[in-house]
Design a protein around this ligand. Structure first.
Ligand code: SAH
Length: 465
């Protein structure tokens, strides 16, 4: 695994001062699982290149207990791509080899610290999930990098096996070396699918420290944070809150108003706000949340005077208990309690208690149903319960390539039975509409990405129009 940084700044040999590495010396630093070698393939006043070569020992990796996912393949801990790709090992190597430069110090030529230099970076080999090209561009381009990517095919001898998930990445930009190193430190592991060490609280501090000055204003801040913290939701949520709350003073303070607010909203909150908006717009007074889970939407519904009767149902008793806790059921004022009811029920069995409502919300539920139960669900909701409006959401499977470090074919939740493309969803929903005399309108949930659409999708069904 090789990373090179080249400058044509004049004199280009300044790179050696900045990085505190003498051009004539071959140096190595010890890593927990091997070594990083640092040397200069070229060094002249016109052009200087420094190289970092990772020499990772797979046996060390196993001995030191660095977990490499071994599921489904018993030799995976020995035979894997880690020694050959840019991953969080590279971040460790960069911070060890270039700590002085990363901290913004240069004793011999202090003026260089803030000097923007023309820099080119070449990184071979970078693993990225499916859709990796879009992701890599989305992370580097907003920072001003020119990005060149070459995707490697799986095997030269078998061209029809197609592409691999490995890229050679070339970046060019005119920035300070400190900025460049901090970008690489965070973005390389954010692109790679997993980290080699246990993600701990400490990682948040590293993220905030290295992300200072750029991460809080990066349009992909959420995704970078989530991916960097490999989707440990509580950690990434805390990191995002701290970024939003201005743990990093100037940048966060400048961002005010709606943009800031929008960022703070998680996708699910956004989704629920949109559902609420549609329910209000429908003019409904009696609403039911089918598959209400822990009752987040119910709480929002209670705050709206428009809704005189509110019901929540779920197949899971546990979820209903959590919903009661969330709603502070036992301390609820009698007037509120009169408005709301909760009951256990399945959406695949006809149930009188679901009848008589003006509108129903079905948020992120259908993907939990076996496809052979979808017709039963359709009849229970649309034919028998038959509310005038149904607001229904489900994930957009196409978006997964950009989402939370997911690989092709995987789903967002282990209990999901399917995650439909926009086409699949539309064709199902239009069928439901036709068979049950509902008109259907489709709405995106979350920001729309060029090729893959929004992260989640919504259909609003209206009866008998
Ligand atoms: N609507 C909630 C919860 C979504 S999670 C929200 O958006 O926050 C999906 C929920 O559907 C879970 O609470 C699960 O218990 C419920 N569910 C799954 N299958 C169901 C079925 N057949 N009938 C009723 N609820 C079901």
């Amino acid at each position: 695994m090789l990373l090179t940084i080249t400058t044509t700044h004049s004199p280009a040999t300044d790179l050696g001062y900045l990085l505190h590495k003498h051009p004539d010396k071959f140096q190595s630093v010890d890593l927990p699982i091997g070594k990083a070698h640092i040397f200069y393939p070229e060094s002249s006043e016109e052009s200087t290149t420094i190289a970092v070569l990772l020499d990772i020992n797979p046996i060390d990796m196993v001995r030191s207990g660095r977990k490499v996912s071994g599921t489904g393949f018993s030799l995976a801990q020995y035979v894997n791509d880690r020694p050959y790709v840019a991953s969080s090992f590279m971040s460790v190597a960069l911070s060890k080899a270039f700590s002085t430069a990363m901290n913004g110090n240069c004793a011999d030529k202090p003026e260089l610290v803030d000097t923007k230099l023309p820099l080119q970076v070449k990184l071979a080999v970078l693993p990225a999930p499916k859709g990796g090209e879009i992701l890599i561009r989305k992370l580097f381009e907003p920072l001003g990098y020119k990005v060149k990517l070459q995707r490697h095919i799986l095997d030269d001898s078998f061209k029809d096996w197609g592409d691999s998930k490995y890229f050679t990445l070339e970046l060019s930009h005119t920035i300070t070396i400190k900025e460049l190193l901090s970008h690489l430190y965070i973005l390389i592991p954010a692109i790679d699918n997993f980290k080699h060490y246990f993600v701990s609280q400490d990682e948040i501090n590293k993220l905030l420290e290295k992300g200072k000055g750029w991460l809080s204003t990066h349009p992909e801040m959420e995704q970078i944070t989530r991916r960097y913290l490999i989707n440990l939701h509580s950690l990434s949520r805390e990191a995002l809150e701290r970024l939003n709350e201005g743990d990093e003073p100037q940048e966060a303070a400048e961002e005010e108003g709606s943009k800031e607010k929008e960022r703070k909203e998680t996708l699910h909150q956004k989704r629920l706000s949109l559902v609420l908006e549609q329910l209000k717009k429908s003019g409904a007074q009696k609403v039911i949340d089918l598959g209400c889970g822990e009752g987040k939407l119910l709480r929002m519904l209670l705050k709206e005077k428009q809704f005189s009767t509110i019901a929540g149902t779920d197949v899971s008793y546990n979820e209903l208990t959590r919903a009661k806790d969330r709603l502070h059921w036992d301390e609820m004022a009698p007037r509120q309690k009169e408005r709301i009811s909760l009951f256990q029920g399945a959406l695949t069995y006809k149930d009188k208690r679901m009848e008589g409502y003006d509108a129903a919300a079905i948020v992120e539920v259908i993907e939990h149903l076996d496809t052979n139960r979808l017709l039963a669900f359709e009849r229970v909701v649309f034919e028998f319960a038959n509310p005038k409006t149904v607001v229904l959401t489900t994930p957009n499977g196409e978006y997964n390539v950009l989402f939370e470090g997911m690989d092709a074919g995987s789903m967002r939740h282990t209990d999901h039975r399917f995650e439909w493309t926009r086409k699949e969803f539309e064709s199902w929903a239009n069928g439901v509409g036709k068979r049950n005399n509902y008109t259907v309108e489709f709405l995106p949930v979350g920001e729309i990405e060029k090729k893959v659409g929004p992260p989640s999708q919504m259909a609003v069904f209206t009866y008998g129009n």
